[in-house]
Design a protein around this ligand. Structure first.
Ligand SMILES: Cc1ncc(COP(=O)(O)O)c(C=O)c1O
Length: 364
């Protein structure tokens, strides 16, 4: 029987424990497993390699992203690091110009250590122009963090498949509910599981899903070898969070659509960036000098760096998430000091809008 996404999410882990019939899957804390006898295994030997609670989560995530193999890690960055550690040194990569500042910091470090070379693209045309056969993989965010730039995964995949370059998509912003990169032609999906997937601002996690079983096996082998494994308590919390993922995300998206509309009418703003889906909105204010006062005026929305949780957060990319991108560079492509990024939660949209409208008066 093939069930719809909401059904599959609500049912994760149910019927997995045949012995007791536990509806909420148990947390297996044991790091090691006894062997029935020499040369035999229950299927579980050591938790870095395989853990029953993590298995349930990894299978659910692989299915959610329509891939063959899911791997959960200790953070989004360790998921990205796991994927990039699977390529030979000296590889060349083509990656989104606008992207999470931590990914940029990691790519620049690999380049500084002469482990890999990174080229950056601004749009589909500049990607197509730079996609030479020397490129081992393309890594992209769509929409990007924080400028919400979009690129067609399908069009990029047509190019990468034509020359056997791998396509890796960071699907943190859209989530598999709005975009399924592996169906559109990508090879690997990564997530900061810290964001919408877990959604409560209380779990740090990362996700890798591979389309091809061989790539999945290789990444799982590497994860066992290097150990970026997510602990079983966090796996269990992740499973519990996924059960309400669709409900949360849809409410966040409805709120964001309403708030984007309202923000578009506010005279204190220069421009609102909202791709029409998801819970993330960025906007430019007219006067960066008053941002400090604006943030102090917000009483409901919290000034903090992260996104995707039930509590609405506002972030100042210039000094927070994207501070590691050199100032001149980030300003050259639009990440200027007037930009703020809003992660819309599940609160009442009227309360959120009122908080923003009141605080925006500091710019009058
Ligand atoms: C798009 C994106 N990818 C990856 C990451 C890194 O994830 P984590 O903070 O879980 O390591 C982030 C973090 O903000 C992000 O926004």
């Amino acid at each position: 029987m093939s069930y719809k996404t909401a059904t599959k999410l609500a049912q994760i882990g149910n019927r997995s424990d045949k012995q007791t019939g536990a509806v909420a899957a148990p947390i297996y804390l044991s790091t090691t497993y006894s062997h029935p006898e020499l040369g035999e295994s229950t299927g579980y030997d050591y938790t870095r390699t395989k853990n029953p609670t993590r298995d349930i989560l990894e299978q659910a995530l692989a299915e959610l992203e329509s891939g063959s193999r899911g791997i959960v890690t200790s953070s989004g960055m360790s998921a990205i690091q796991l994927v990039f550690s699977s390529f030979p040194s000296g590889s060349e990569f083509l990656v989104s110009r606008d992207l999470y500042g931590g990914s940029y910091r990691y790519f620049e470090e690999l380049q500084k250590l002469a482990i890999a070379t990174f080229h950056y693209f601004d749009d589909f045309e500049s990607l197509a122009a730079q996609l030479t056969p020397e490129i081992t993989a393309v890594f992209l965010e769509t929409p990007t963090n924080p400028l919400m730039q979009e690129v067609s995964i399908k069009k990029v995949a047509q190019l990468t498949q034509a020359q056997e370059t791998l396509l890796i998509v960071d699907n943190t912003f859209s989530t598999p509910l709005r975009q399924q990169p592996l169906i559109l032609g990508a090879d690997i999906v990564v997530h900061s599981g810290t964001k919408f997937l877990t959604g409560h601002n209380d779990i740090l996690a990362g996700v890798v899903v591979a389309k091809d079983p061989e790539i999945g096996e290789r990444l799982a082998w590497l994860a066992n070898t290097t150990g970026p494994t997510l602990g079983s308590l966090d796996c269990w919390l992740f499973i519990r969070s996924l059960k309400t993922f669709k409900l949360r995300f849809e409410q966040q998206e409805r709120n964001a659509q309403r708030i984007a509309e309202i923000l578009n009418d506010q005279p204190q703003l220069k421009k609102v960036l909202y791709p029409g889906i998801g819970g993330m909105i960025s906007f430019y204010v007219k006067d960066a000098a008053k941002i400090k006062a604006f943030l102090a005026e917000l009483k409901l929305i919290t000034f903090a760096e992260s996104l995707g949780g039930v509590e609405s957060l506002i972030t100042y990319p210039t000094t927070q998430t994207h501070a590691d991108i050199p100032q001149e560079l980030r300003e050259s492509y639009g990440l200027t000091p007037e930009l703020l990024r809003l992660s819309v939660g599940i609160e009442d949209s009227e309360d959120l809008a009122n908080d923003l409208i009141r605080a925006l008066r500091v710019f009058d």
